[in-house]
Design a protein. Structure first.
Length: 313
């Protein structure tokens, strides 16, 4: 048995990327809504960080769905999942959440970008302005539902793994919470990284707002990871074996201690605290911190997926 091969493996690295991309989309949309409602109340379409989130969220969710479809045994029959639902299937419920989330996401993006859309449609497609006006009238409802769906999608990535029977490390009620928190972290990081690349002010109000949320988010994520493994250790049996195997000194142990805890959590936390204490944030600090967070979340998805399938009950 190697780090990437085991007789018990059902899902491989494409699923880890799907879980990562879905979490990024959910987190980016969550922070875009918060930025618009609580930080950039006037002219949100001019904010580089909100624009970045509005670009990243649809691209990542579409890419994730594409990976999921290609990983199916019969990818050309994926349309059946969209028509035939099973309320007892985690996959089926997840597809419903994804579909509604995607529709609401594009509606909300159209709301934010309405000034651009209305100008473009004025002489080309004037009837589209009636649709954007309708969206504007229903903005509170659209925003509220989208916020709930983004959180649901972030947690769903954990529930999807929990549905695998016979794997004690994955059948853990803390896993959806951990994936939700890490998804929000990746959404914040991707919005920051995309925002600074779109010439957003690295010392602007959006960055400061996100960092105020990101610092306690990282601290809670560390506590949840501790709770996750302590629960496995205290349960005993195969759960304890799975935890010890994951946290050992092999390849995945190095990924956890050096990649996830140090690079993905400790370094961003230290840099966030440093930027909060200094007078001015710099482009390089914001970009480096966001990149470390994204790499940490990507490694966490692979770590949980592979180590969780190495031991069966």
């Amino acid at each position: 048995m190697s780090a990437f091969h085991s007789e018990y493996l059902v899902w491989h690295w494409p699923i880890a990327f799907y879980l990562f991309l879905a979490g990024v989309s959910a987190g980016a949309m969550f922070f875009a809504v918060l930025l618009k409602q609580l930080c950039v109340k006037d002219a949100p379409h001019e904010s580089g960080f909100i624009r970045a989130a509005c670009i990243i969220a649809p691209i990542t969710v579409m890419a994730g769905l594409g990976i999921l479809v290609l990983d199916l045994t019969k990818p050309l029959e994926f349309w059946k999942i969209l028509l035939f639902y099973n309320s007892t299937s985690v996959m089926s419920v997840g597809v419903m959440v994804l579909l509604v989330y995607t529709v609401l996401m594009f509606m909300w993006i159209a709301l934010v970008m309405r000034p651009y859309i209305d100008v473009w449609c004025e002489t080309r497609l004037p009837w589209l302005r009636h649709i954007t006006a309708w969206l504007q009238r229903n903005e509170p409802t659209i925003t509220g539902i989208l916020l709930i769906l983004s959180l649901s999608l972030g947690a769903y990535t954990g529930f999807l793994l929990s549905a695998l029977p016979g794997y004690p490390m994955l059948n853990n009620p803390v896993l959806p919470i951990l994936f939700l928190l890490s998804g929000l972290s990746s959404g914040a990081a991707s919005s920051l990284l995309g925002g600074v690349f779109l010439n957003g002010n690295p010392d602007g109000r959006e960055v400061k707002f996100i960092h105020k949320i990101e610092i306690p988010l990282i601290l809670v994520e560390i506590v949840v990871i501790f709770t996750f493994f302590m629960g496995l250790m205290l349960t005993g049996g195969q759960s304890k074996v799975a935890a010890l195997h994951a946290l050992g000194f092999g390849f995945w142990g190095v990924v956890f201690w050096c990649g996830i805890l140090v690079l993905g959590l400790s370094v961003p936390l230290a840099m966030n605290l440093f930027m909060t204490a200094t007078a001015k944030r710099k482009w390089a600090y914001v970009a480096a911190t966001a990149s470390c967070s994204l790499l940490g979340v990507l490694m966490l998805r692979h770590f949980i997926l592979y180590t969780g399938q190495m031991t069966i009950a």
